[in-house]
Ligand binder design. Sequence first.
Ligand code: HEC
Length: 213
Amino acid sequence: MPNSLIIVVIMVLAPIIIVYADEPSFTDEQYIYVGQKSNAMSTGEKLLILQSRKIVQDFKRRLGKTLKYSLKSAGPASAIKTCSEIAPKLATEFSEKFQIKIYRVSLKNRNLIQGKPDQWETIRLKDFDEHKTLLEKDAFLETSEITNESDRFYFRYMQALSVKPLCLTCHGEKNYIPVEVKQILRRIYPNDTATEYRIGDIRGAVSIKKLMH
Ligand code: HEC
């Protein structure tokens, strides 16, 4: 091939290669997307999903660690306090750090204010519920969308939280929850509906909302 032809081929191919190489590697078998994934999902949205996965992972790790530690060191009754104080505090810390809103929601929420899903979250939480059998060990159900609310665009992301044995102490069937835990829950959360869960159920989700500029 003459040198000039090689140069032309390189010039044509280089931008294409750069564009494809730039695409974030977003396919990860651990993550199962629930809902309709737009074919035209932009690179920007994919990057936001990748960032959200990291934030949620970190959020869950911090919360899980604190919860496990207080369950072990102080028992389930004291761990309720950890959950009711630490979870909202951690949500505020992460929201400020990443300039987003992050919180936990559920169709059967215990925290009547922060835990209550909005319309978008309600629909997607029901979707998660319908797909809970997809939850294999170490897999995560996720969903996202760019929404338009009163002429403002938001990136929305949710990742399901599944019920593990640890959760049953405070969210399980009533006769499984220790009496002292039940008493405290009744006192702090008189309208609590977040019980009667079984292992493998979707307990709720971590939700992220980010204003797009
Ligand atoms: C020691 C008791 C305890 C354990 C164990 C526990 N939770 Fe909770 N959970 C709570 C309390 C208390 C709240 C309400 C926190 C608040 O006021 O924000 C809560 C709230 C939540 C919420 C927010 C939505 C809502 O209902 O308000 C989710 C989601 C949740 N828990 C998931 C889980 C999962 C998943 C596990 C297991 C990995 C778990 N919890 C284990 C006590 C517990």
